[in-house]
Ligand binder design. Structure first.
Ligand SMILES: Cc1ncc(C[n+]2csc(CCOP(=O)(O)OP(=O)(O)O)c2C)c(N)n1
Length: 606
């Protein structure tokens, strides 16, 4: 184990304050509140939780191959009596939903926190599902921190609730809380004992006959949690004007405080189960009651169901992130605030739009260039390679969720009657996450599709995390290095080819051959990510290329490989066409542009 020193640089941490992001604060909470085992699969906005928790040698940390496995490892640890935490982005909880739901009737003897990092506004996600509903679905308490201090504190409070009530606790974060930095008071680590597994088949074995006994226990547990919700200081009233009362949660609390500092505010730190009695008393104490909540009317619907009149979603829609301006606008529409002359709150300078694009030297570029040339029907998946869908490569026809590409390709092949020309592209991390069963099924179905595993030896999209194919882990080097070709072989694939996507012609020829073939085939592209190559995990720097301006004919073919290092220069041809320019600082020397140039005008620098 070669783990680094703790993230804040303060081991005892006594009475010291520092600035932490919400994610760093959760990691600090893992340290201070005696977590033994922390697991995750990376996903924005949750990734930094495990990256920071791994800096504390007291905590065993792992990147599991997917969220379900991460959940199961953490669940096993809490069965053994350890304090545990599992972190994931919101859609990750869909992957882990099976054990998440089943655990409800078992409990969490050692203490168990599930962090769901939701993404209102879809900064880096395919949807903005509101995972508070998962807490209600499973009957778990839902804690919602509004800043980094609470993010840390709620890990501790959540663990106590988890142990006292024998229940998993959902710590629901959002992008703003995960990534914003606020002051946090540090404390010492509270050591806890791993109590050991207490055999109890009725509890730990989810047979129907056991479940029938456990279900009433879980219902009773929820009743007790509702009583706790009435008394916990996490749910507090900040008394202000008796005319307006606002119930709010999470980061929205900060916006409400900023916009309506004089109102009476009911801050929900524990948003499930709701403290209905306390809310009723609050409602009776104000003339008009609002619920200001981000995304779905989770709180509003429950309050209305309890017969308490309130207003909410008609002023603050369930689309996107809230912010102080939107909170203010809703209150103006409600007739509570007057429309002020527009204050300048946004940055005055215009931000130049920067569409996402493959990095210089990205190995996916050659693959997607070839797929476009071959006019393949491409079912793609989630990872950096999804960017191949965007102009100018525009290769990629479907993308749904992690692991979907192979199943969708099989479905298309079955509907069409053959798999010729259908290519499923999937990254190495995604293949190990949830692509393997899809491939097994494709073999079993004799689907005749082509599967391309874009193996760049890292989970690149989320910032370069390890997985069971990289040979390293969160605990240091010496991890397992799964051989993707052997896995495919074991899953029944016979035609398996490996190509270097920097070699364009070879990539094109191999793809063409396999797309025309009736049999199922797997092509593995074997060029590592240019940002995190396995040798040193430092950006690849080969000799950069340059444009020979004498030869350049201004055809712009090189611009169509979509490399940020290539732009139009000020030089023009006789016909007035702009010639190309390569930025030598950005160019990694992958040579893909040189290979597409029809007049060999792109050459290595001296
Ligand atoms: C269920 C789920 N978990 C996590 C994520 C976050 N995420 C997006 S792409 C990706 C993996 C990308 O790695 P890989 O497949 O190797 O492709 P690369 O980005 O390296 O090209 C992850 C973890 C997600 N979108 N969905």
């Amino acid at each position: 184990m070669t783990k680094k020193k703790n993230g804040t640089g303060n081991k005892t941490g006594a009475a010291m304050k520092t600035i932490l992001s919400g994610n760093e604060a959760v990691a600090r909470g893992c340290y201070e509140y005696g977590i033994h085992v922390a697991t995750a699969y990376p996903g924005t906005p949750s990734t930094e939780i495990l990256e920071n928790a791994a800096r504390y040698p007291e905590i065993y940390c792992e990147w599991s191959p997917n969220e379900k496995v991460a959940f199961e490892v953490a669940m096993g640890a809490t069965f053994e009596g350890a304090r545990t935490l599992v972190a994931m982005k919101h859609v990750g909880l869909n992957v882990a939903a099976d054990p998440f739901m089943s655990m409800s009737l078992i409990g969490a003897p050692g203490g168990f926190i599930v962090v769901s990092a939701d993404d209102p506004g879809m900064h880096s996600s395919q949807n903005e599902q509101d995972n508070r509903y998962y807490a209600k679905f499973a009957g778990y308490p839902c804690l919602e921190p509004s800043d980094s201090q609470e993010a840390k504190d709620f890990v501790g409070v959540g663990l106590d609730i988890s142990v006292d009530y024998d229940v998993p606790v959902l710590l629901r974060m959002t992008t703003r809380v995960c990534h914003s930095k606020t002051a946090v008071k540090l404390g010492k680590r509270r050591e806890t004992q791993v109590k050991g597994f207490q055999r109890d088949p009725q509890k730990f074995v989810v047979l129907p006959s056991h479940g029938r006994i456990r279900h009433p226990w879980a219902v009773e547990r929820l009743r007790k949690l509702a009583a706790l919700s009435e008394n916990t200081p996490m749910n507090r009233v900040e008394k202000g004007s008796s005319q307006i009362g606002i119930i709010t949660h999470g980061v929205t609390y900060q916006y409400v405080k900023e916009v309506m500092p004089d109102a009476s505010i009911f801050k929900l730190g524990m948003s499930y189960p709701l403290p209905v009695g306390k809310i009723k008393a609050f409602a009776d104490s104000v003339d008009r009651l609002f619920v200001v909540e981000e995304l779905e009317p989770f709180i509003e619907e429950q309050i209305k169901a309890a017969g308490i009149a309130c207003e909410g979603k008609i002023f603050w829609s369930n689309l996107g992130e809230l912010n102080p301006e939107r909170v203010e606008q809703g209150l103006v529409e409600a007739g509570v605030l007057r429309q002020e002359a527009k204050k300048q709150t946004a940055p005055s300078e215009k931000v130049i739009p920067r569409p996402p694009i493959f990095c210089p030297g990205c190995p996916h570029r050659g693959l997607y260039y070839a797929l476009r040339k071959l006019k393949a029907r491409v079912t793609t998946d989630i990872g950096c390679y999804t960017l191949g869908v965007l102009p100018p490569l525009e290769s990629g026809d479907t993308c749904v969720e992690m692991g979907a590409s192979i199943g969708v390709a099989v479905g298309m092949a079955k509907a069409r009657g053959n798999g010729k020309g259908i290519v499923a592209t999937i990254g190495d991390s995604t293949f190990l996450h949830s692509g393997m069963t899809g491939l097994l099924n494709a073999v079993n179905d004799k689907a005749g599709i082509t599967v391309v595993i874009a193996d760049n030896r890292i989970t690149a999209m989320t910032g370069g995390q390890h997985h069971p194919g990289t040979g390293e882990s969160l605990m240091g080097p010496g991890g397992f290095k799964a051989d993707l070709a052997k896995i495919c072989q074991a899953l029944g694939a016979v035609r398996i080819k490996v190509v270097d996507p920097y070699r364009l012609q070879e990539t094109l020829d191999t793809l063409k051959q396999e797309m025309e073939n009736d049999e199922l085939s797997v092509i593995i592209t074997n060029r590592p990510c240019a940002l995190f190559p396995p040798e040193n995990r430092k950006r690849v720097r080969m000799k950069p290329f340059q444009v020979d301006l004498e030869k350049c004919i201004g055809c712009h073919t090189c611009l169509r490989v979509s490399c940020p290092a290539i732009s139009e220069s000020h030089e023009t041809t006789e016909k007035g066409l702009t010639k190309s320019h390569i930025d030598p600082v950005l160019c990694t020397g992958c040579s893909v542009c040189a290979q597409v140039c029809p007049v060999q005008a792109i050459i290595p620098t001296e």
